[in-house]
Write a protein that binds this ligand. Structure first.
Ligand code: FAD
Ligand code: NAD
Length: 154
């Protein structure tokens, strides 16, 4: 099995797109992530998978908190900014939810406290205990086979 084949197969799984954000010493850091899942309803837990090479890894370890911002259909540019694919972009405005930075205009903002961290291969799975939620009525941004998509109208 080679890396290309693995990525191609995983890319068949259509996902939403999130930006994970955290704050250390007043500095906000964001990172685009599609490895996100709802884990448990009672208690309310989610998981994000962060690569060992990502700057985000140490930042979440330090802060012990993060947010997951589910991107709306019109936020492809935001996704590209936080994946390091767009330079010279405009400043990104963050709000706060329960003391954690969250992205304006996301379709859902979810603030979390790290309840566990599991190192698995070249990623760390952070289990987040959900501390607050804000929801907006917006269509989702979709990611499939390495491309951004939108839901088709009926
Ligand atoms: P950097 O690469 O240094 O930062 C990311 C970018 O965000 C930089 O361009 C930086 O300038 C910008 N940025 C950060 N904070 C701010 C701020 N406050 N204001 C303005 N700009 C800021 N990787 C994973 O580990 N897990 C995943 O689930 C995952 N899913 C992905 C899904 C998609 C659709 C894509 C395109 C990429 C995904 N990646 C994932 C890869 C990951 O997004 C990139 O490797 C990313 O560059 C890693 O970020 P970093 O923390 O190393 O920080
Ligand atoms: P791609 O076509 O290589 O990825 C397709 C799918 O493969 C992704 O949606 C993801 O499910 C999986 N994948 C890709 N890289 C991975 C990694 N390093 N670890 C675990 N799973 C991985 O790439 P793309 O969709 O063009 O993404 C652009 C960039 O973002 C690439 O550098 C890619 O490695 C990175 N990315 C990383 C992850 C991740 O770390 N979980 C997820 C998506 C994208």
């Amino acid at each position: 099995l080679d890396d290309r084949q693995f990525r191609e197969a995983m890319g068949k799984f259509a996902t939403g797109v999130t930006v994970v954000a955290t704050e250390v010493d007043g500095n906000i850091h964001g990172m685009t992530a599609n490895a996100f899942m709802s884990v448990s309803l009672n208690p309310k837990l989610v998981v994000v998978s962060i690569a060992e090479k990502a700057q985000m890894l140490e930042k979440i370890k330090q802060s012990g908190t993060f947010s997951v911002n589910i991107l709306a259909a019109d936020q492809q540019e935001v996704s590209m900014i936080f994946a390091g694919q767009l330079k010279n972009h405009q400043e990104v405005v963050f709000e706060h939810l329960n003391g954690v930075p969250v992205l304006s205009n996301a379709s859902a903002q979810i603030s979390c406290e790290v309840s566990a961290a599991h190192v698995e291969g070249d990623h760390t799975l952070f289990i987040g205990k959900v501390t607050d939620i804000r929801i907006e009525d917006a269509e989702p941004l979709i990611y499939y086979s390495g491309k951004y998509r939108r839901l088709a109208e009926d």
